[in-house]
Design a protein around this ligand. Structure first.
Ligand SMILES: C[S@@+](CC[C@H](N)C(=O)[O-])C[C@H]1O[C@@H](n2cnc3c(N)ncnc32)[C@H](O)[C@@H]1O
Length: 273
């Protein structure tokens, strides 16, 4: 029978893992902490560890193990043409641009958002030489899936028959692959928003960040807003998902556009002079 001391140290160990995971990703489990602990327990056993403390030690020493835990714990739910009005906003603002625009979709999960935006812009007649779409996500497996561009019908329920025929080829049953000719207009990277590597991507005209802040603490939302500020060009625009609230956005001007809030970059005092 486990005694109280064992139970306390067991819980401490899982708390420490959740803390490490939070510091790395910004994700808090709030009310779902116990579920997360049970999932981690399943995961560590699958990885061949017999107890929490040996797993914790290995996790502290191994980036690869942390990546595997991230792949296991992050929620990659996404589907084609989710919140389509955001694509309308980008299309409207893009029309006035003189130079080709760069669009970052973070988190892009398995790619549905990026390919939806690509198809939307092509259907509007925008020349692909006028834009570049970069998808980025912390989940390595999701990014590999995005690069392959293979999707099941489950995520394609909002795709019209005519779009399906033009942009996809049927692989098997209800599984479709985006045609190779369209893949050249997009790229995908496995990257953590909070790693310095994010700045190697250069600056963007638009950042689409949907269904990410719903997992973050307010502290990490603020960190993310600061990173977006640096990643945007001077006249850049940030678009958050409808559920992605943020308490403070002092370096941005918030505007209502097509039923959504968009965030336009302001000049920061510390950046002037
Ligand atoms: C629910 S999906 C949202 C996908 C898409 N934007 C949408 O709205 O359909 C959330 C994604 O956030 C990613 N994610 C979580 N923390 C991240 C971080 N720190 N940096 C980059 N991506 C992250 C997860 O891997 C997951 O794929």
């Amino acid at each position: 029978m486990t005694n109280l001391i064992d139970r306390v140290s067991f819980n401490d160990c899982f708390d420490r893992i959740l803390d490490l995971f939070y510091m790395e990703t910004g994700i808090v489990f709030k009310t779902k902490r116990d579920i997360a602990k049970r999932k981690i327990d399943t995961f560590l056993r699958k990885q061949g560890f017999r107890d929490c403390s040996s797993f914790l030690k290995a996790l502290e020493d191994s980036d690869n193990l942390m990546q595997k835990l991230i792949d296991f714990l992050t929620v990659n739910e996404t589907y084609f043409f989710r919140e389509k009005h955001h694509f309308e906003i980008i299309y409207d603002l893009l029309k006035d641009k003189k130079k080709p625009v760069r669009i970052l979709s973070i988190p892009s999960s398995s790619g549905e958002e990026v390919y939806s935006l690509l198809i939307f812009l092509l259907e509007k007649g925008v020349d692909p030489s006028n834009f570049e779409i970069v998808g980025a996500d912390i989940n390595r497996e999701a990014v590999e899936k995005a690069k392959k561009g293979v999707f099941s019908f489950r995520s394609m329920m909002n795709v019209d028959e005519s779009v399906l025929d033009r942009y996809f080829e049927r692989v098997d049953g209800n599984v479709y692959r985006i045609k190779d000719i369209y893949k050249r207009y997009v790229s995908f990277l496995n990257i953590n928003l909070f790693s310095d590597r994010i700045f190697t991507l250069g600056k963007f005209d638009f950042i689409l960040c949907r269904n990410l802040f719903i997992y973050f603490s307010e502290e990490y939302k603020q960190k993310a807003m600061d990173i977006f500020y640096k990643l945007l060009k001077d006249d850049g625009v940030l678009i958050l998902g409808h559920a992605d609230t943020v308490r403070e956005f002092k370096n941005f001007k918030r505007e209502f556009n097509k039923g959504s809030y968009i965030y336009k970059k302001l000049e920061r005092e510390e950046d002037v002079g």
